[in-house]
Ligand binder design. Structure first.
Ligand SMILES: [Zn+2]
Length: 599
């Protein structure tokens, strides 16, 4: 069943412009919905419909009707109405058929053409650490020194109880030389130490109290791999620390408490719900993070399903590591919305820092192909073992060599271990040797792209292309080729690295350029994706990657959008807004402009 569904999702190719396709599909669906029953839909995201000329059904709790419902089911993608009872879908079909589910106690929401989709899934993100950031002073949007100062002032005033004022996201260009002075921070936060990471995480800005606590003076030498910025006249530390020098102060920051982590889970999932996300993979989880997720789950207050990818540590021997992840998986056995059956491994680093593992040298570093985290033998041994222990593996692989050796390891696991429904995930997958593309489908590997990165921004033009040259750069983010290969392609954000909004990423996958650039040209246009398959990447294929399809079964995880995505130019997809997010039929997000009051 599963491989069948996977194949069909992957092969559902649109023909021509999606506008025309859309209309014919929808009328097809309306025609056929009267007789369809027990389709694959029934086993996955929506239940099948058995309707018309039947006696009234047990009334539903909630009915959404007069909508544009896209089901993620290639055989029957369109409907008008859904009915939900006890958190489960009991009907998907046309408006006429939903009438028999309307009773005295049923809430009926008239959608007037708004769009309904399955809830989005994000297959690679960092919600807990993102939630911690959200709880601190956030400077990402501040565009002038005055705005930065104002934001810090407001935050410090609102949190007199905090021993440190800490935050994130100051933009390098806001300050001359990307070099903010401690004098500003001393003025705004005179009473406590203050610490602010820059938006790129490679610099930090601190006040005089923080420098004094760390013992940093004009005599302190720069640490290896770091720089203490100094006043050119006096030689005194000026307040900005680069790279390893940030650690001189960050090691003094108070550790996060269990309560802080629990608060971070709630904040992050609320943020995800705003964008219609109902399931998310936390790609870097240790015991403390797992505790936080389980604590919120135990109170039945998780507002999204969470797949936790338990972090493998290369400095821990394999036997010990297996013991650790098995113990964590056992602790999560009774959780309702947390699944802890995944292990996260790193195969390599990142292209921008020349730490991704390549098949040929970086052009700007003769002879250097970048390091693998594990020698291929050791990676294979670890993957083989985790797989044999019943874990799904989720591997960070960015360079073409990292992708190849990981696929080699997965192929060996498949040969050596008993057959099982493993669904391994490769995440990021930025640079390919095209020979490896078909191996994803052949080996049943999920391709978890971060499609927002598939645009020629400065990360590509300044930091990547010069190291690869045009021929190899052709195989950066080949999402279109991967879709054509028939592999399961799933979407992910890597939030807070990039936007959490799936519609932003879906738009970039289709346009291959940045948002709000309607006249821009596509980068590698042959790799453009299309809307139906990108929606599948963020719904049914994400559920597949998260082993959610059977568990989520008929659960009513649904979203309502303010407009029909299939009627929009691709460059406007990111403007669509999620009005309502339902988890098991209950609202976890409702936009203030959405008038319906839901219980
Ligand atoms: Zn990540």
């Amino acid at each position: 069943m599963s491989s069948d569904r996977r194949g069909r999702v992957a092969q559902a190719r649109p023909q021509g412009g999606w506008g025309g396709r859309h209309r014919s599909c929808r009328s097809d669906a309306a025609r056929r919905s009267g007789t369809a029953s027990g389709s694959l839909l029934a086993l996955t995201l929506f239940t099948g419909c058995h309707l018309e000329r039947r006696p009234p059904a047990t009334p539903a709790d909630l009915v959404l009707r007069d909508g544009v419902v896209w089901t993620a089911e290639p055989e029957r993608p369109w409907a008008q109405a859904v009915a939900v009872r006890e958190g489960r879908l009991v009907y998907v079909g046309d408006d006429a058929g939903v009438e028999r589910f309307v009773g005295g106690g049923t809430q009926v929401v008239e959608l007037a053409g708004k769009m309904v989709l399955p809830g989005f899934g994000d297959t690679h993100a960092h919600p807990l650490s993102g939630g911690l950031e959200l709880g601190e002073c956030n400077l990402y949007e501040a565009r002038t020194p005055a705005e930065v100062e104002g934001a810090i002032h407001a935050y410090a005033d609102a949190h007199p109880e905090l021993p440190w004022v800490r935050g994130n996201g100051w933009q390098l260009p806001v300050f001359p030389g990307a070099n903010p002075s401690r004098a500003i921070l001393d003025r705004v936060v005179p009473d406590r130490p203050a610490f602010f990471y820059a938006a790129d995480g490679h610099s930090a800005w601190v006040n005089s109290r923080a420098l004094a606590l760390a013992g940093i003076t004009r005599e302190t030498p720069d640490p290896p791999g770091g720089r203490i910025e100094r006043d050119p006249r006096t030689g005194e530390p000026s307040g900005t620390l680069r790279e390893a020098a940030t650690g001189l102060v960050s090691r003094l920051l108070p550790p996060y408490t269990p309560e802080a982590r629990i608060g971070a889970v709630r904040r992050a999932l609320a943020e995800a719900n705003r964008f219609g996300i109902t399931s998310i993979t936390d790609a870097d989880v240790g015991a403390e993070y797992l505790d936080a997720y389980l604590a919120v789950d135990a109170r039945n207050e998780l507002t999204a399903r969470v797949t936790v990818a338990l972090r493998d540590h290369e400095d821990v021997p394999l036997d010990s590591m297996v013991g650790l992840v098995r113990a964590m998986r056992d602790r999560a056995r009774l959780a309702t919305r947390v699944r802890a059956g995944t292990v996260k491994l790193y195969a390599d680093g990142v292209l921008e820092a020349r730490t991704a593992a390549l098949l040929a040298p970086y052009l700007d570093r003769p002879g250097d192909t970048g390091p693998l985290v594990y020698p291929p033998e050791a990676l294979a041994e670890r993957i083989l073992r985790f797989d044999r222990e019943g874990f799904q593996v989720h591997v960070h692989a960015i360079g073409d060599r990292a992708i190849r050796v990981t696929l080699d390891a997965l192929a060996r696991a498949r040969e050596s271990n008993p057959a099982r429904d493993a669904r391994p995930v490769l995440a990021h997958i930025e640079l390919f040797d095209p020979a490896d593309l078909p191996r994803f489908r052949a080996l049943g590997v999920v391709a978890s792209f971060q499609p927002y990165w598939a645009q020629r921004d400065e990360y590509i033009s300044d930091l990547t292309e010069p190291a690869l040259g045009p021929a190899r750069s052709r195989w950066l983010y080949p999402i279109g080729s991967m879709l054509a290969s028939g592999a399961v392609v799933a979407g992910g954000s890597d939030w807070t690295v990039s936007t959490l909004n799936p519609l932003d990423a879906i738009e970039v996958a289709i346009t291959r350029h940045g948002l709000n650039l309607p006249t821009a040209t596509a980068w590698l246009p042959e790799e453009r994706a299309d809307l139906p398959r990108m929606l599948a990447a963020y719904t049914i294929n994400a559920a597949w990657a998260q082993h959610g399809s059977l568990v989520a079964g008929k659960l009513a995880d649904l979203i309502v959008l303010d407009r029909d995505l299939f009627t929009l130019p691709a460059t406007e997809l990111h403007q669509a807004k999620v009005l309502l997010t339902l988890l098991e039929g209950r609202p976890v997000w409702r936009d203030s402009t959405f008038a319906q009051t839901l219980r």
